[in-house]
Design a protein around this ligand. Structure first.
Ligand SMILES: [Zn+2]
Length: 524
């Protein structure tokens, strides 16, 4: 087995996982197949390039009482990677007591699964903290028992992390499971949270798991199957997930898209042009028999998931995963909450984001302030060594980068840059204050932003510039004021630095040569 990482952005990554039956790319969604009620012909998976599927070992076993175990690839008519879930949930649900943890491990070995899950003890959604703690301990105990019993080393074994909504328990579970030699780790079923749109809790759960587990191993999220959620969970470091949602949604006439769910009954035209939607209209699909409609809709739903995974991988390659998240928040207000919670962990995300990206980044507004590149810039700015008691010259940083090369700034900068008693800083929309020392660093020149002329944004940025100026405790401040941003900054400086003389110079109508002449005359 190997897990090779080819690309990273935020906590998300592109990888290749190799099992004894083949390789597949991550992030990946295992379509969950009901072994006793297949909806889609396995040929379709091959044609669509889906190289790993999942089924349920417990359901397989239960469907064949008294019969010898049969190779799972043969049962499903699928030669490539098959993962099997242990059926812990079903066992809880049906209250079946006849299956022991060791039995499920042995059964998965006999049917030749490629990725097997030990029989864990799911915490569930409604457990209190004490009960959650018990499920964590019980899962660890079962993990140790399973590790002793495992004979086949060619199977990749999954160690599930439990704890439910109790974040401390998730963290403890991740630390404990992380000490044990599993090939893959998994986070116990947050399906109910996703259905209830409690994305805030989900974010904390995933981050807690991620912090405790070895980063070199893949992390699987149980039961995530809506493409609209994929960018968020991938950005948090989930490499794989599994779901039967494509089929369950199809059963009730629901059509999955990257932005959300549509009702087949209400669709006039399919926006998707996959092999299903290209050949049939919504009206035609509505007229089909239930099984045929369900089959076609399942296929579209599945292709919508894999199309989204491609988009995510491309976003990782180009360093645009954050952009995709911001974009998606406009699809559903609940996703705003999702991103808002991710922003709480932006310094953790920053640690895993490449320092240099193949392409520039975008600053769309407030939410972009928390993207890792911005977080990193703020840290770097705070570390710039400053000499106090100089004169500070504040110049407008407009669209032209590096900011000092702006034709309005260049004549001023070239006359002042070599003076040891002057410190130059640009006031900008995306980054707030940009000291001259950082003007040529990534990603400043590569950042696209726009000025929304929002007074609140101006004020907030002016406060940041003011904080920077205070750090320098300057002798004099020269503000070359431009536009409303300049006015807002003038007000902020006047308010906060009363003892300090701020010399305002209007950029408009004044030639840069004259501006710098005035500054030099007034310099002390
Ligand atoms: Zn389609």
């Amino acid at each position: 087995m190997s897990f090779q990482v080819q690309g990273k952005d935020l906590l998300g990554r592109i990888g290749t996982l190799t099992t004894k039956s083949g390789s597949f790319q991550t992030p990946h969604m295992f379509p969950v197949v009901d072994p006793n009620l297949p909806i889609i012909d396995p040929k379709f998976f091959r044609e669509a390039g889906i190289r790993a599927i999942m089924t349920n070992a417990y359901l397989l076993k239960r469907a064949r009482p008294g019969q010898p175990p049969k190779d799972v690839h043969g049962t499903l008519d699928f030669k490539e990677t098959v993962a099997t879930d242990s059926g812990a949930y079903q066992i809880l649900e049906y209250g079946h007591v006849g299956v022991k943890p060791a039995e499920i491990v042995a059964y998965q070995e006999k049917i030749g699964t490629d990725i097997g899950v030990i029989l864990d003890f799911p915490t569930g959604f409604h457990s209190d903290a004490r009960r959650a703690g018990w499920t964590v301990d019980e899962t660890v105990r079962r993990a140790d028992e399973a590790l002793k019993r495992i004979k086949r080393k060619d199977i990749l074994w999954v160690g599930p992390v439990q704890g439910g909504v109790h974040i401390k328990e998730v963290a403890r579970s991740a630390l404990e499971m992380g000490k044990r030699p599993f090939s893959i780790y998994a986070l116990g079923s947050p399906t109910e949270l996703m259905e209830a749109q409690r994305f805030d809790v989900l974010v904390d759960m995933i981050v807690a798991a991620k912090k405790g587990l070895p980063h070199s191993r893949p992390l699987h999220l149980f039961g995530a199957g809506h493409p609209a959620m994929f960018p968020f969970i991938v950005a948090l470091g989930c490499d794989m997930f599994d779901s039967a949602a494509y089929a369950l949604y199809a059963r009730t006439g629901r059509y999955l898209t990257s932005e959300g769910t549509q009702e087949l009954a209400e669709i006039e035209e399919f926006s998707c042009m996959c092999r299903v939607c290209d050949r049939t209209t919504p009206a035609e699909m509505r007229r089909l028999d239930q099984p045929e409609r369900e089959r076609l809709l399942s296929k579209h739903n599945l292709l919508a998931c894999f199309s989204e995974l491609r988009r995510i991988r491309e976003a990782i390659r180009t360093g645009h995963l954050w952009d995709l998240l911001e974009h998606r928040t406009y699809a559903n207000p609940a996703f705003k909450k999702f991103l808002a919670k991710i922003i709480h962990h932006s310094s953790f995300l920053e640690r895993f984001t490449p320092t240099v990206k193949p392409r520039g980044i975008s600053h769309f507004g407030e939410a972009s302030d928390s993207r890792p590149e911005m977080v990193r810039f703020n840290v770097r700015r705070a570390r710039v060594p400053v000499e106090r008691r100089k004169a500070v010259v504040l110049l407008a940083g407009r669209w032209r980068r590096p900011y000092h090369e702006d034709p309005r700034n260049l004549p001023i900068v070239s006359k002042l840059a070599n003076r040891s008693n002057v410190s130059i800083c640009f006031y900008t929309i995306p980054f707030g204050p940009v000291p001259m020392e950082l003007d040529e660093t990534f990603p400043l020149a590569q950042t696209e932003s726009f000025d929304s002329h929002d007074p609140i944004m101006y004020k907030q940025r002016a406060e940041q510039v003011d904080a920077w100026v205070k750090r320098l405790s300057p002798k004099q401040v020269f503000l070359v004021s431009e536009g409303d941003y300049g006015v807002a900054l003038g007000k902020e400086l006047a308010k906060a630095t009363r003892q300090l003389k701020v010399i305002g110079i209007q950029a408009k109508g004044s030639k840069p040569d004259r501006t710098v002449g005035s500054i030099i005359r007034l310099l002390r």
